[in-house]
Write a new protein. Structure first.
Length: 230
């Protein structure tokens, strides 16, 4: 059989457009964040039938009732973490693995936890295939964190929680930053917690709608209350 050149599209032009029209136009400024979005092939994190929509201004389904978040939300949360490349980051809610790949570009090491085995398996295959060696993935209830690798410089929860899980707060190091969505099942506030010597300071960033954090320190049951969209 004759060998064929790799015909799979790269979508580099679509990525540039996404960075300019969705991120820069809405005020994302951190050059490292913008570069990460230009680098990571978002289409690889969704099924092939959705590749033409992968760089659109919206969330997309990734199966099992879950979603890969809108690029702007991923950028906003990534920028809020104020990463310089030296950090150890904990992400709860691996999903497709896209946010983990962005974090892998921006931080030193990424520990990511997903409760659904099938999503974790898919995310791991994609991240490995793209050569991200600084992402460590685990299937577990991330609402209680990942104690053996704590403390973390940064923690990001990419699912909506009823409150800030105490266990996660306990795993954030002094002067660390924590980004999470807090609210009810259908809408939440994106907040950033600064761990400062005088106590924790909380800042509200925006309103949004993510799928629920389901677990011991999250919501009790996903089946009865299907999540919103990110
Ligand atoms: N960051 C993902 C999108 C997140 S969707 C991406 O870039 O694609 C939210 C994810 O959180 C879903 O995959 C859901 O299964 C997961 N999740 C919900 N509760 C969880 C918990 N307690 N621990 C770990 N993962 C959880």
């Amino acid at each position: 059989m004759r060998s064929r050149p790799d015909a799979s599209p790269d979508f580099a032009a679509a990525r540039t457009r996404m960075v300019e029209d969705q991120l820069m136009a809405r005020g994302i400024r951190d050059p490292r964040v913008l570069q990460a979005f230009a680098n990571v092939p978002r289409h690889r994190f969704v099924e092939e039938g959705l590749w033409p929509k992968a760089y659109g201004d919206h969330a997309l389904p990734i199966g099992h009732g879950q979603t890969i978040s809108q690029p702007y939300m991923v950028a906003l949360m990534s920028e809020a973490l104020a990463l310089d490349g030296s950090e150890k980051v904990l992400e709860i809610g691996t999903g497709s693995g896209y946010q983990a790949a962005i974090l892998a570009e921006l931080a030193d090491r990424v520990f990511t936890v997903e409760r659904m085995g099938a999503l974790a398996t898919g995310a791991k295959a994609i991240l490995d295939g793209l050569g991200y060696q600084n992402v460590i993935l685990r299937v577990a209830d991330g609402s209680i964190g990942w104690k053996e690798f704590a403390p973390f410089d940064r923690i990001i929860v990419t699912a909506g929680a009823p409150d800030v899980p105490r266990s996660l707060l306990d795993q954030l190091r002094a002067n660390g930053l924590f980004v999470i969505l807090i609210g009810d099942r259908s809408s939440q506030r994106l907040i950033r917690v600064y761990r400062e010597p005088g106590g924790d300071r909380v800042e509200e960033i925006c309103l949004c709608a993510f799928v629920p954090l389901v677990g011991r320190e999250g919501w009790a049951d996903a089946e009865r209350y299907p999540g919103g969209e990110t």
